[in-house]
Ligand binder design. Structure first.
Ligand SMILES: Cc1ncc(COP(=O)(O)O)c(C=O)c1O
Length: 453
C-alpha cells in the first residue's frame, strides 16, 4: 500500500469538473479564468506568454528519455517547438496540460481515461460530451448521427461506397489531388464511378470551375475533398449541383479543415474527418451522417463496416479508441473557449493572410503555385526560388528548400517540408497553431530571403 498512498499524496492532482481553484494553484500566473465560462469549462484564456521555441539540435536525445517503467516525469521542463506538421499536427497547449493534469486520476475516478472501461458511466459521459460539443459547434441537427470510428480517413474511402452505393448508380468524384486519388483507387475495386471533374492535368494547382463539372443525373453520391492537404487547395463553396442532379448527397472528406470554419451540414449526406489535424490525435475518425443514409447499406456487409452499427450503438459497438475520443472532447472544449467556430475563422484567416502576404511580397523569392481563388487556409504550399526565379534548375530549388527546412527546424520551426510526393514547402496552419508561430515563421522567411535573395 506504500506505493498507493504515495500516489495519492504526492502525485495525484484531483481536478474535478469546475475546480478552477486547483488549476490556479497548479499553474500560478498561467492565466485568468474566462469570466463568462460556464462551470463545466475548464479552459483558461492563457495570457500571451509564448516561450521561445527550441532548436531541433537542443531536443532530448533518445537515450535521455525516461523509461515508462519509472514512476517519475521528466525532470526537464517541456521545450516546445512551433509545429507546422500536416498531421498528426499541433495540439493546443492547454489541452496537453489538461491531459497531464488528468492523466493519473480523471476527475476523481482514481484512474486514467486509458484505464477506464468503455462501458463505464465515466467513459459514456466523455463520449456523449464529445459528440454534444461537436453538434453544438457545427450546428448538427438531430437528423444526423455523429459517430467516432477507427480506420482513419482512409477507411472512409471504402466504407462510404460500401454503404452508400446504389445498384447501377455511379459515384461522381471531383478529383482534386492525392486524397481523392486514394478514394478513386478504392472505387476502382468494383464500384461504378465517374470523374465529374479533374484538375490533374494542371497538377491540381486549382479547383475545378463549375463549367468544367459534369455530374451524372443518377449518381449515388458526389465525393469531394474540401481541403487538399497535399496540394494546398480548399473549396470555399460547394458547387451548386441541384438543377443537374436533384437530391444527390455530397460525401465530403473534411479531414484537414473540419472545425476550422462554418459548415452547412445540411448540404452534405456524409462528412468524415480523421481527428489528427484539427480535432485531436490520430486513432479516431469523426463521421457525421444523415440518418436515412446510414440505413442504405446491405445488412450483409461486415457489421463493423456498416454505419448503422455505430449509429445504433452510439460509437460503442466495440471498444472505441477511448483516449483519442477523450482528447477530441478536450479540443472541442478549447475551441469553444476560444470563441467557437467564429473564433477559429478569425484566427485562421489572420495566420493564412500573414503567410500568403509574406510569400506575395517577396518579389518572387517565395512563390505559391496554387491559383489565388483556390488557396487553402489550412495548408500553405510554396516554393523557395533562391532569388533565381522559378525557371531555376529543379535541383537548385530543392537544395535551397532543404536548407530552408533545416535552418527553420534549427530555430524551432518544425514541419515545413512539403509532402514527399510533391516536394517544395508546406506549412500547416491548423486551429491549434498559434498566431505567434506564424509570426515567428514569417520573420524567419524574411531573414532567410535577406541572406539568400
Ligand atoms: C484530406 C485527407 N483525407 C484523408 C487522409 C487520410 O487519413 P488517414 O491517414 O487518417 O487514413 C488524409 C491524411 O492526411 C487527408 O489529409
Amino acid at each position: 500500500m506504500v506505493a498507493h498512498s504515495f500516489a495519492l499524496t504526492e502525485i495525484a492532482t484531483p481536478f474535478s469538473s469546475g475546480d478552477s481553484a486547483v488549476f490556479a494553484q497548479n499553474h500560478p500566473g498561467r492565466g485568468t479564468p474566462l469570466s463568462s465560462a460556464p462551470p463545466h469549462l475548464l479552459f483558461w484564456k492563457a495570457k500571451n506568454e509564448s516561450q521561445p521555441p527550441v532548436a531541433a539540435t537542443e531536443r532530448h536525445p533518445k537515450e535521455d528519455t525516461h523509461s515508462v517503467s519509472q514512476v517519475t516525469v521528466s525532470a526537464r521542463a517541456a521545450k516546445r517547438v512551433h509545429n507546422f506538421n500536416a498531421g498528426p499536427g499541433a495540439l493546443p497547449l492547454p489541452v496537453l496540460e489538461r491531459i497531464r493534469e488528468e492523466l493519473l486520476d480523471w476527475r476523481g475516478s482514481g484512474m486514467s481515461v486509458m484505464e477506464m472501461s468503455h462501458r463505464s458511466p465515466e467513459f459514456e459521459s466523455i463520449n456523449t460530451a464529445a459528440e454534444q460539443k461537436l453538434r453544438n459547434l457545427l450546428g448538427i441537427s438531430d437528423d444526423y448521427a455523429v459517430i467516432f470510428v477507427q480506420g482513419g480517413g482512409s477507411m472512409q474511402f471504402t466504407m462510404a461506397p460500401m454503404n452508400l452505393c446504389l445498384p447501377g448508380k455511379p459515384v461522381d468524384v471531383l478529383h482534386t489531388g492525392a486524397w481523392t486519388a486514394k478514394a478513386i483507387g478504392e472505387l476502382k475495386k468494383g464500384f461504378l464511378h465517374h470523374i465529374a471533374a479533374s484538375t490533374e492535368s494542371e497538377k491540381f494547382a486549382r479547383l475545378p470551375r463549375r463549367d468544367e463539372m459534369k455530374f451524372s443525373p443518377d449518381a449515388s453520391y458526389v465525393h469531394l475533398c474540401t481541403n487538399n492537404t497535399i496540394e494546398g487547395t480548399q473549396w470555399t463553396a460547394l458547387p451548386e449541383i441541384g438543377s443537374q442532379t436533384g437530391n444527390i448527397p455530397f460525401v465530403a472528406d473534411m479531414s484537414s479543415d473540419i472545425a476550422s470554419r462554418p459548415v452547412d451540414v445540411k448540404k452534405y449526406g456524409l462528412i468524415f474527418a480523421g481527428a489528427q489535424k484539427n480535432l485531436g490525435p490520430s486513432g479516431v475518425t469523426v463521421v457525421i451522417i444523415r440518418k436515412d443514409l446510414a440505413e442504405r447499406a446491405d445488412k450483409n456487409l461486415p457489421t463493423l463496416l456498416q454505419y448503422r452499427t455505430h449509429v445504433k450503438e452510439k460509437s460503442l459497438y466495440h471498444t472505441p479508441p477511448t483516449f483519442a475520443v477523450y482528447i477530441v472532447g478536450l479540443v472541442l472544449e478549447w475551441i469553444e473557449a476560444e470563441g467557437g467556430i467564429p473564433g477559429m475563422v478569425k484566427r485562421n484567416e489572420s495566420k493564412a493572410g500573414l503567410l500568403y502576404d509574406t510569400i506575395e511580397s517577396s518579389r518572387g523569392f517565395y512563390s505559391c503555385p496554387v491559383e489565388k481563388s483556390s488557396r487553402s487556409k489550412m495548408n500553405v504550399v510554396f516554393r523557395v526560388a533562391g532569388g533565381v526565379g522559378r525557371s531555376a534548375a529543379a535541383q537548385n530549388m530543392e537544395a535551397i528548400e532543404k536548407q530552408f527546412a533545416a535552418e527553420a527546424a534549427a530555430t524551432g520551426l518544425v514541419g515545413t517540408p512539403g509532402h514527399r510526393s510533391v516536394g517544395g514547402m508546406r506549412v500547416s496552419l491548423y486551429n491549434a497553431v498559434e498566431p505567434a508561430a506564424v509570426e515567428a515563421l514569417t520573420s524567419f522567411m524574411r531573414e532567410f530571403q535577406r541572406t539568400r535573395g
